[in-house]
Write a protein that binds this ligand. Structure first.
Ligand SMILES: [Zn+2]
Length: 131
């Protein structure tokens, strides 16, 4: 049997990787790397490149040509919103995040709610995670 290169690529990117990640696979919900189920992602031309903000349930706003990594991170905030609910999310994540991104941008990514957003996104995207 001759396997096409496309098939081999598919196999190593999905099947082989999935058995490597057998335990994480059980939790994975995403069907592909841009499976942003439940919320809209909008590319906004006037937003700074590489920036993003998650405003659930309205949408996720990102700059033009935003990376998949950034979109997956912002989706992690949406996953926080889903378990926390509207008020808890904006009080415990939304406002502190806006504060730290504005006044402490260099250590923003170290904040617990930022680390937590990445953890949730990694779990959701599983083998498709870029984080
Ligand atoms: Zn964030």
């Amino acid at each position: 049997m001759i396997l096409s290169d496309d098939f081999k690529k598919y196999y190593y990117r999905t099947v082989a990787k999935q058995s490597d990640n057998f335990f994480t696979m059980k939790k994975q919900k995403a069907k592909h790397e841009e499976d942003f189920d439940g919320i809209r992602i909008m590319e906004i031309s006037f937003m700074p490149k590489g920036s993003g903000v998650s405003l659930p349930p309205f949408g996720i706003l990102v700059g033009r040509n935003a990376s998949i990594n950034l979109k997956q991170h912002e989706y992690g905030h949406y996953l926080q919103y889903r378990v926390m609910g509207f008020f808890r999310f904006y009080i415990e994540v939304g406002l502190p995040s806006l504060w730290s991104a504005t006044f402490h941008p260099r250590i923003h990514y170290l904040q617990s709610f930022e680390v937590d957003a990445n953890r949730r996104a990694r779990e959701y995207f599983g083998v498709f995670s870029r984080l």
